[in-house]
Ligand binder design. Structure first.
Ligand code: SAH
Length: 511
């Protein structure tokens, strides 16, 4: 039987983007992935879907794995002729069991490669405004483990030898022994006021940072509940600089924000939130139902050029209208001389790649302002207006245009249905107070959300509510709740800005 190959691969410290290109390459080639608890599970998505993925989390889980068991598994899979990726947190060679695994492969004649990774110590510093070396204060740095193999004698755990080290000490796996380690360093002569930084869950949205000093850090960690996995940085550089803490200073760092759009809209919003440090929690409150194939839609699309104005009120309206247009074999030229208006710049931005630049975007993104301002640019008397939008859109826009003297065709190119699948997990998170914000980008998402989540619960947990604009706000108010913020500009960007502004004014410390 052909022998497989083993890759000992560093997964990086937590943030899924801190993985190397080489690691991604080998994950793509893999036929079996054996991964540790500290490796970010989202990295498994780089492996082909059918590949066997085995967690060998050491501490938790139904059955803790021992290293001999992991070794046996590794050999077994490699001997089946598989390309095995052994995915480990940080760098595989640093305080991991890579040396044993490499020895095993050598003994058994199984080829292996090592793919280095960004180790937690380096990442913890970079993500908390600390530079481990410094021309003035630290020209050397050591990586030290705070826990030793059970087979070694007690003396190895004596940290007094490090007291005279005049640089930065970076400790791994030290939280269980922190009291002992710091006491020994002081006993050995290290200044009790030496700065210490603790970075827990570095590079993840749960990162915590504690700045302290040698003689009281162990006590403070206990008081504040800091534990593993943490990196302990000792030395003058540990003071860091809060202004350089770009990661935790991002506007919505660690905020858990529930998003309630349709699945595609939630993808977009989730990416925007993650970019400013928030944790997006998806609740696909509504589903978009395509109606581009309906007779009504097709008929309207066939006569596009006969209208004076074609109006889009959402990105979904644009996408579905063009779906209808393309299915008839036509393109943007079918608009002829019809002018095009969009409620909102985002809608106009979605339209542009389809080959049409909006002739008109109102200053405020509401139906009322849209009708008023459009009527100000030209008389609408006798004009033919086509609305290509959602089947559940309120009729006020039609009424406003009609009273301005226009003839309006209101065509549903899609419609919105509430998603009635129960979402117990979200309910539990709200109950546990684990959600900071619930956001609404339309009145239908408000209705759909509160069909599933009791209003009383939202009220009692005090979860903050962000609304995109007056229509969604009114719906929230009708249910007896009050939005914490309403966006000034009625777009998802505007909503994000409103939440950021609120949080900026209500900042608390991250520990
Ligand atoms: N090979 C890994 C280290 C494994 S030892 C690496 O190179 O990073 C496990 C220890 O690493 C933990 O006890 C903790 O001290 C540290 N660690 C790993 N990931 C961490 C993280 N995201 N934040 C803080 N410490 C982390």
């Amino acid at each position: 039987m052909s022998k497989g190959k083993v890759y000992l691969v560093g997964a990086g410290p937590g943030d899924e983007t801190l993985i190397t290109l080489r690691a991604i390459q080998v994950l793509k080639l893999s036929e079996c992935v054996i991964y540790d608890g500290l490796a970010n599970e989202s990295l498994l998505n780089y492996a082909p879907p059918e590949v066997e993925k085995i967690s060998v989390r050491k501490r938790t889980g139904p059955r803790p794995w021992t290293q001999p068991e992991i070794d046996t598994l590794l050999l077994e899979k490699a001997k089946e002729g598989k390309i095995v990726v052994r995915l480990k947190g940080g760098d595989p060679g640093l305080f991991g069991r890579a040396p044993e695994e490499a020895a095993l492969c050598t003994q058994e004649g199984i080829p292996f490669e090592i793919v280095p990774g960004i180790t937690a110590g380096l990442a913890a510093a970079a993500y908390s405004g600390i530079f481990l070396t410094d021309r003035d204060h630290a020209s050397q740095v050591v990586f030290v483990t705070g826990r030793e193999a059970a087979t070694k004698s007690e003396e190895v755990l004596d940290y007094r030898f490090l007291s005279g080290f005049d640089g930065t000490i970076v400790l791994y796996m030290a939280m269980g022994n922190l009291d002992k380690i710091t006491s020994q360093l002081i006993e050995g002569g290290k200044n009790p006021a030496t700065p210490v930084a603790i970075v827990q869950n570095a590079t993840t949205t749960k990162q915590r940072l504690l700045k302290s000093q040698l003689d009281r850090v162990a006590k403070e960690c206990q008081e504040k509940g800091l534990g593993a996995p943490s990196i302990v940085i000792i030395g003058p550089t540990a003071v860091g600089n809060d202004q350089y803490n770009w990661f935790m200073n991002r506007p919505l760092f660690g905020k858990r924000i529930l998003i309630t759009r349709d699945p595609v809209g939630n993808d977009v919003f989730a990416a925007m939130l993650a970019a400013v440090g928030a944790v997006p929690i998806r609740f696909d409150a509504i589903r978009i139902i395509d109606q581009s194939e309906s007779l009504e839609s097709k008929e309207a699309i066939l006569h596009l050029s006969e209208y004076d104005w074609v109006i889009f009120t959402s990105a979904n309206g644009v996408r579905h209208a063009f779906k209808a247009l393309h299915s008839t074999g036509k393109d943007a030229r079918a608009f002829g001389t019809a002018k095009v208006a969009c409620i909102g710049k985002q809608t106009a931005d979605i339209l542009e790649p389809f080959g049409i630049r909006a002739d008109f975007v109102p200053t405020k993104y509401t139906s009322e302002i849209m009708a008023k301002e459009l009527a100000e640019t030209e008389s609408l008397t006798g004009k033919c207006i086509l609305l290509l939008r959602s089947g559940i859109a309120p009729k006020d826009l039609v009424e406003a245009f009609t009273s301005a003297g226009a003839k309006v065709d209101d065509i549903a190119v899609y419609t919105v249905k509430p998603n009635t699948e129960k979402n117990e997990a979200i309910l539990e998170q709200i109950k546990a107070g684990e959600i900071d914000w619930v956001t609404f980008t339309s009145s239908s998402t408000v209705r759909s959300f509160f069909d599933q989540i009791p209003i009383q619960l939202a009220r009692s947990t005090g979860v903050k509510i962000g609304s995109i604009g007056p229509v969604a706000t009114q719906q929230v108010k009708d249910l007896g709740l009050e939005p914490t913020v309403e966006a000034d500009v009625h777009t998802v960007d505007g909503l994000l800005a409103a939440i950021e502004k609120y949080e900026e004014n209500h900042k608390e410390s991250a520990v």
